[in-house]
Design a binder for this molecule. Structure first.
Ligand code: PLP
Length: 365
């Protein structure tokens, strides 16, 4: 592809930071991990942060640290990456889906009451494409019903709602996968305020141990490495700059593509800060080309696109056993047939942006 859908911003500083760790001889969870935890907590505005080896591990450990387990239900959305719901299954609990809104692609808070049962233990909103859900009603619902709030902020490093950072509303779970707004290669982080809970997360990621070879609970090896953390420290320094570049790219697209018939552009909703992990068009039936046709034509021109996600979770073979038939989540189902993400990453040049715009306009003409 001439213009890729994602391009990690890795340079000489990351390479030097990794080399320094390799030379230090401390490769696993060491001083760089502790430093990244402290700095990431400060960035998000929480008292604590615990590094993990993936966003998936962060979600699972967050749930386990709260005691969510067999017999419990966790409310989440069907329009997300599979890891959101899998993390609920890993701890033995049941994902209960509620539909999304087509304004922000996130959990529709007006549907929460209808999903509540005596087994509900937690709510897991997902901040898809870099924008939080509408948090006030979700936080109120959790408080009213004494539920935990576990935020899947894996795509939303630096996003805000009403001035408050993603990852600071409940237990925040982040991914540092290569395509994310910041990366550690693979990696993840839990952000939270409660030091006791942070200590539990620390133990769970480390085989349930706080003293070497003494194990107090069932844990895993989900530790972050210092190689990952060293990359993350450089990436964290670049995050605001790279998020600003994503915002500028999104602004350009929103202006340049606003009159393309049949294309609905993504929006930053009032009071929120969108960090544009993805710029996701909706190609509606009114458009001259189909969503898949547009993707194919852009591909022929060397422009990468992606469909996040083509099949809602309730329709995945793996989840059909939960009895979530087609028709139950009409917004997620419709949106999954319309979405197409175009490149918005910070390494795009002005020429790249113009090329994407011209191509989309020409194909949809
Ligand atoms: C919404 C969402 N949740 C969870 C994850 C899982 O993160 P990871 O790939 O780091 O395990 C991802 C990342 O791909 C994601 O996008």
């Amino acid at each position: 592809m001439k213009i890729n859908i994602a391009a990690p911003d890795i340079g000489a500083e990351e390479i030097a930071a990794v080399a320094a760790v390799l030379q230090s001889g401390i490769l696993a969870c060491g001083p760089r991990t502790a430093e990244l935890e402290a700095r990431f907590a400060q960035y998000v505005g929480t008292k604590q942060a615990v590094g993990m080896n993936s966003g998936t591990a962060a979600l699972m450990v967050a749930l386990q640290s709260l005691g969510v387990g067999p017999g419990d239900e966790v409310i989440t959305v069907p329009f997300t990456f599979i890891a959101s719901a899998n993390s609920i299954l890993y701890v033995g609990a049941k994902p209960v889906f509620v539909d999304i809104t087509d304004e922000d692609f996130n959990l529709d808070p007006s549907l929460l009451e209808g999903a509540l049962t005596s087994h509900t233990k937690a709510v897991m909103p997902v901040y898809l494409y870099g924008q939080t859900a509408e948090m006030a009603p979700i936080v109120d619902f959790c408080q009213k019903h004494d539920l935990f709030l576990v935020e899947d902020a894996c795509q939303a490093h630096g996003a805000k709602d009403q001035g408050k950072m993603a990852g600071s509303f409940g237990l925040g779970c982040f991914s540092f996968y290569p395509t994310k707004n910041m990366t550690t290669s693979e990696g993840g982080m839990i952000t939270l305020d409660d030091p006791e809970l942070a200590h539990r997360c620390d133990m769970i990621r480390n085989h349930g141990s706080q003293k070497r070879y003494y194990h107090e609970m069932l844990g895993f090896n989900f530790r972050m490495t210092d190689i990952e953390a060293a990359i993350g420290l450089v990436q964290l320094d670049k995050l605001e700059r790279n998020n600003a570049a994503r915002k500028a790219n999104a602004r350009f697209y929103r202006e340049a593509l606003k009159d393309v018939a049949g294309i609905v552009l993504p929006q930053e909703l009032p009071g929120r800060i969108h960090v544009w992990h993805q710029f996701t068009l909706r190609v509606t039936p009114e458009c001259k080309v189909s969503r898949d046709g547009l993707a194919e034509e852009l591909g022929k021109l060397g422009i990468g696109t992606a469909i996040y996600y083509p099949l809602p979770l309730h329709q995945q073979v793996w989840f059909q056993k939960l009895g979530n038939d087609w028709g139950r989540f009409p917004v997620a189902e419709r949106i999954s047939l319309e979405v197409l993400s175009i490149p918005v990453h910070p390494k795009l040049s002005q020429g790249d942006l113009e090329e994407v715009v011209e191509a989309v306009k020409e194909i949809c003409k």
